[in-house]
Design a protein around this ligand. Structure first.
Ligand code: DCP
Length: 160
């Protein structure tokens, strides 16, 4: 019944993720990912902005969702992500030792961070997808790959 009213971008599909069976057979469990991981194309950031705006409007919560509150909520959720990693030591790419429950928990907490980030950007009138493009262009200028290849130094440490 619910799906009937659910826009296509909210319906779940297995797109970018790797199923557990696949991950066990292709070496992700050993900490090496032989196949590229990609995201699903949907929902877009604008989809997420609109879904969260609808969620907030339906509950009459806009009065609470001012920029400063959203910032604090986002930082709180970052803390919840950190909690999942604390005391584990180094965690390899693909999280080979994590259970499905732990992975799902992480997916939830990262989503909370993103949801608040997108709403914070909206309330600050930052067009986030375009801002990311501008910032990445600046990053490429600041860190030309010819100069910094294989080095993690900050740009202030480079003397052209
Ligand atoms: N005032 C609120 C409360 C919640 N949410 C939405 C955005 C987040 O995605 C999620 C956060 O919900 P909780 O504050 O309940 O946090 P958690 O889901 O992380 O629960 P818990 O803190 O119990 O782990 O719900 C929101 O937009 N505005």
């Amino acid at each position: 019944i619910l799906l009937q009213h659910t826009p296509k971008y909210i319906q779940f599909h297995h797109y970018g993720g790797v199923s557990e069976a696949e991950s066990r057979s292709n070496g992700v469990a050993a900490g090496v990912s032989p196949q590229k991981f990609i995201f699903s194309p949907e929902p877009s950031m604008e989809d997420i902005r609109r879904m969260q705006a609808d969620f907030t409007d339906e509950r009459d919560w806009n009065k609470f969702h001012q920029p400063r509150n959203l910032l604090l909520a986002m930082v709180g959720e970052v803390g919840e992500v950190a909690e999942l990693f604390q005391w584990r030591g180094e965690v390899a790419e693909g999280l080979p030792d994590w259970t499905e429950t732990e992975r799902e928990q992480l997916a939830h907490e990262l989503s909370d961070v993103l949801i608040y980030l997108v709403e914070l950007a909206e309330k600050c009138r930052v067009d986030l997808p375009q801002a990311v493009l501008r910032k990445m262009a600046l990053n490429r200028l600041k860190y030309p790959s010819s100069k910094v290849h294989g080095s993690a130094k900050k740009y202030t440490e480079y003397k052209d």
